[in-house]
Design a protein around this ligand. Structure first.
Ligand SMILES: Nc1ncnc2c1ncn2[C@@H]1O[C@H](COP(=O)(O)OP(=O)(O)OP(=O)(O)O)[C@@H](O)[C@H]1O
Ligand SMILES: [Mg+2]
Length: 261
């Protein structure tokens, strides 16, 4: 889609953000969408486009969550929702472009190990602020998050290609971790989905998984790329401070549940 994306952008965009002067693209595109950066006479914007049905549903969910959180929580560092459109072939989410680069890129670019430690510490600190934010009341009245995820995992196993298998899913259903209080979670809190600016993790992006849910899922995905490195893990928990997950909990969420999404 990349070469044609400009032609395919909805006509309604320019009245909102001004004349598009140039386009650029992120270093890495995700699996479920194409992202285009739009530079206009008013500023910098992002259009995220999806074409497969399932991914269009996720994009709509991201749009709704972003708009609702923009309206209820000004302290939360996420992009500003601008609009959402659907046509026969694609769905489009238009939002503000936030400064920074994904934490994965910042880690690769870090000059010293100490710089990496500071980045990961700021990731923990930022995730703490997200987990401490109060959620809209209706979100708290939903079914238990893990039970919902296990139902979605069953559906995904039956209908889509996923990495997990039936045996793993049965074991996840039989060996649920102990109950802990639910809170606002990101739902896909990897180092690809937070932006670093001025050497600090500042902004959460890719918000379709945001829910009132189990914070251990965020922690497991946050630490998945460095959990074997004690100094980085300690730096993360030094910033996060709310809880630490056991090896079993890490395996349950990262090696288990995540295999179905
Ligand atoms: N609002 C934004 N401001 C700045 N950069 C952004 C913004 N939204 C997305 N990006 C850039 O685009 C990349 C892809 O965006 P995003 O993570 O939302 O989509 P995705 O990874 O395709 O989604 P998915 O994980 O659902 O496949 C990000 O890594 C980031 O570099
Ligand atoms: Mg992403």
């Amino acid at each position: 889609m990349k070469e044609n994306i400009h032609k395919a952008l909805p006509k309604q965009i320019e009245p909102i953000i001004g004349n598009v002067q140039s386009l650029s693209y992120p270093t890495r595109q995700g699996a479920t969408s194409e992202v285009v950066f739009l530079h206009t006479d008013h500023g910098k914007y992002v259009c995220k486009c999806s074409s497969l049905t399932n991914y269009r549903i996720w994009l709509l969910k991201e749009a709704k969550v972003m708009e609702e959180l923009n309206n209820t929580n000004s302290d939360l560092s996420i992009p500003t929702f601008l609009n959402f459109w659907e046509d026969d072939d694609n769905s489009y989410l238009l939002m503000s472009r936030e400064p920074g680069i994904p934490l994965r890129e910042a880690m690769l670019a870090a000059k010293t190990y100490e710089d990496k430690v500071l980045l990961i510490h700021s990731f923990g600190t930022k995730l703490k602020t997200l987990h401490e934010i109060s959620v809209p009341l209706e979100w708290m009245q939903q079914e238990n998050w893990l039970d919902m995820q296990l139902k979605k995992a069953t559906y995904n196993l039956q209908n889509y290609e996923v990495d997990g298998n039936r045996q793993l899913l049965n074991s996840l259903k039989e060996n649920k971790p102990r109950d802990i209080p639910q809170m606002l979670i990101h739902g896909d809190c990897t180092i690809d989905n937070v932006l670093v600016s001025d050497n600090q993790v500042e902004t959460f992006i890719d918000l379709s998984g945001v829910s009132f849910g189990d914070p251990r899922y965020d922690v497991a995905l946050a630490i998945r790329s460095f959990h074997y490195d004690k100094a980085l893990l300690n730096a993360f928990y030094g910033g996060y401070t709310l809880l630490q997950i056991s090896e079993e909990e890490f395996d349950y969420f990262d090696g288990g549940l995540y295999e179905f999404f």
